[in-house]
Design a protein around this ligand. Sequence first.
Ligand SMILES: [Zn+2]
Ligand SMILES: [Zn+2]
Length: 193
Amino acid sequence: MNAYALACPTTNESVLIDPGADPDTLSEMLANTVPIAILITHSHFDHIDKLDEMRKRLKVPVMAHSGPHSDGVKLSADRFLDDGDIVAVGNHLLRVYYAPGHINDQICFALEEDERVIVGDTIFDGGPGKTWSVAGFQTTLQTLRDVVLPWSDDTYCYPGHGPSFRLGDNRKAIESFLAKDHGDFLGDATWDM
Ligand SMILES: [Zn+2]
Ligand SMILES: [Zn+2]
């Protein structure tokens, strides 16, 4: 699973995104920066497993969507984020996009005046995030239409698993995926199905 650290090169302030595992590596990623927050893309266990530990180490506010969160997860955030909210990291701004489907508390963090978006499990190079219900899959389709496709071709998506990719390179595949009737599908989808 991919964790991310974003740091402002001017002020040195940083945020940690998705403390899923390996606290020592996460701390190293933040070395020589001034962490100001821990951001959560969504509450699946693999993305938050080391949240308590990193919260203890960094002593910074935790920011996440208000949920509902993953079954059985009690995510106590200091600030709840919703679509359109802004998180400042030094001289840079992160804009929050609400992107439900894979899970109800999924959000993306887009760097303003930049092409990069931390998308969590919203979208991967090979397909959209996994769903566990027909309704969840339908919501994913809506999120792809309303949230993801309006981003420019030169948007670079940094997902919760696997490699980053340029949105424009997948746009045709996503559009033809959306044009198809997937019936009562749920589960692990790929663009070519
Ligand atoms: Zn997930
Ligand atoms: Zn994940």
